[in-house]
Design a protein around this ligand. Sequence first.
Ligand SMILES: NCc1[nH]cc(CCC(=O)O)c1CC(=O)O
Length: 312
Amino acid sequence: MTTKTLRIATRKSPLALWQAEYVKERLIQAHPGLTVELVAMSTRGDKILDAPLAKVGGKGLFVKELERCMLDGEADIAVHSMKDVPMEFPEGLGLAVICEREDPRDAFVSNTYKSLDELPTGAVVGTSSLRRQCQLMQSRPDLEIKWLRGNVQTRLSKLDDGQYDAIILATAGLVRLEMEDRIAQRISTDVSLPAGGQGAVGIECRTDDEETMALLAPLHDKNTATRVYAERAMNRRLEGGCQVPIACYAELQEDQIWLRGLVGSPDGKTVLRHEVRGSASDPEALGIEVAEVLLGQGAQAILDDVYNAEND
Ligand SMILES: NCc1[nH]cc(CCC(=O)O)c1CC(=O)O
């Protein structure tokens, strides 16, 4: 029995709160007697909804404010969607645990059409992810991609208003929010390769807080972590910032990792792909290998164009 209280810093969006509650429940299950409190905060990224996210500091913005909360000692841990976690951590903080992955695929959501293939020529599809846009445009250059931001509920209400024929969201978010019935199609990873870390929840804490790290340990899922380490190593080598058309996805096949990576132009006209299979004992090496092949194919020029366009 422990009598400790652990505080979780979290954003107030429904998905962030779900993830924090999930970690809280699992911690209490693993450690009867442990008290877990949520410290919910509105971050700047949640308040500024009219500007492109990249212009208000990127997705990393959400994470930074939670990190400040831990460094100030107002919270002990922060729970994140792994795909939103920047590659580098501030001094004194680190990723302690990665929990078991939910379905990593992108979801096709529509009130009219059952699948991507059913969309008529010129249909309007909502997403603000350059990764999704690039892959959609590659397989369906006739589609019109329209900007879509906000949390999952906001995005769904814009679809329901009739502003889009379909929108693309992460399956994991919809499943967690018990809105699985909104998913018309789980898009094959061959058609839309996910973002690194998509569908996985990670927990960050102070690296000198051994007591907390020991409490978190039972939540770690080794297989998910191996896969996500490979994906993040690729992103890190490509210096994949917040809003870039980079995709990667690792699967385990016995003791092998199969890692697929992609960098493409937002219009889908240039799409570089590479995949490797290799030992699961060194996931980072595989991530770096895929990144270097993509760089050899010209990935840097594509990424530079995206960064320059963003800064216009
Ligand atoms: N970009 C925001 C975000 N961050 C994590 C998820 C979904 C859950 C996950 O991937 O873990 C979403 C929503 C979405 O992309 O539809």
